[in-house]
Ligand binder design. Structure first.
Ligand SMILES: [Ca+2]
Ligand SMILES: [Ca+2]
Length: 278
């Protein structure tokens, strides 16, 4: 990715330095059309070590679950500071589900179900971020090889122990709460922002953390999944750092707030300076 950015920057500089004669020449050779697209994307999925395939369970009926797909979420499950990737999978319908569909309230759509439904495998997946631009599949090692008709993926530390947990919402079934039982030896911070001049939840704030020689950056957003919503608090895995030397919060109002020497392993409420606007 860094190579791509450098290449894009070099291309931008070359455009800035392009005089009228060069522009004419570029147009004559057709190069001007390419210059119009200074940002490009390259599919690096396989190169990054992600080999996962999503299964919607689709059998051609064009039903809503087939069309919507399933969720995905970044979660720093091992608190090493690198966001890991969790992917929810669907699955094929069981014979019993197909029969229930044909006989139930949706029986008007029964003709959409083919006589024989292909059976394919597939589980949810967790890819650990190795910190060098690649990932490794740790799904089985961490017990997330779930065969479910999963839809939504949300992340939250429901028991406030600093280890982010997962909630997967399922199709026509109870949601699954997955407790994170690892990474107890690594440090973390949860920031609970409250805006005053900005919106009350502080959404849109940009937070920079420096800890143990590493820098972390997060934008305060509100990730949502199918019938679910992630923890609104900002989680930072600090790896071996027992303290954050500096935390800088740039609030949506434009003001910047700085905290120094903040101890790790705590849920820190941070209120934006200033009075709330009526
Ligand atoms: Ca991680
Ligand atoms: Ca937890």
């Amino acid at each position: 990715m860094r190579t791509t950015l450098i290449a894009a920057a070099a291309l931008a500089l070359s455009v800035v330095g392009c005089g009228p004669k060069k522009q004419e020449k570029a147009q004559a050779t057709g190069a001007g059309a390419a210059d119009a697209h200074l940002v490009t994307f390259t599919d690096i999925t396989q190169q990054a070590g992600i080999t996962w395939t999503h299964n919607t369970g689709a059998f051609g009926g064009k039903l809503l679950p087939e069309t919507m797909g399933s969720g995905a979420a970044f979660i720093d499950y091992d608190n090493d500071g690198y966001p890991d990737l969790f992917l929810v999978n669907g699955r094929d319908w069981t014979d019993a589900e197909i029969q229930a569909f044909k006989n139930g309230s949706s029986k008007q759509y029964a003709s959409l179900v083919p006589a024989k439904v292909q059976k394919r495998g597939g589980t949810c997946a967790l890819y650990r971020n190795k910190g060098d631009g690649t990932f490794e599949d740790v799904t089985k090692a961490v017990g997330l090889d779930l065969v479910t008709y999963g839809m939504g993926a949300t992340v939250g530390d429901y028991n406030n122990d600093g280890r982010p947990d997962l909630l997967v919402t399922l199709l026509a079934d109870r949601a699954v709460l997955l407790k994170n039982r690892g990474a107890a030896d690594r440090h973390w911070l949860l920031l609970d922002l409250e805006g005053t001049r900005s919106n009350r939840d502080g959404y849109g704030a940009l937070v920079r953390v420096q800890a143990g020689g590493k820098r972390f950056l997060a934008e305060h957003r509100c990730p949502v999944g199918f019938l679910s919503q992630s923890d609104r608090r900002l989680h930072f895995g600090l790896d071996r750092a027992a303290m954050a030397e500096r935390i800088e919060i740039r609030w949506p109002s434009g003001q910047t707030q700085t905290l120094t020497n903040v101890a790790a392993n705590q849920i820190l409420k941070v209120k934006e300076p200033g009075e709330r606007r009526p």
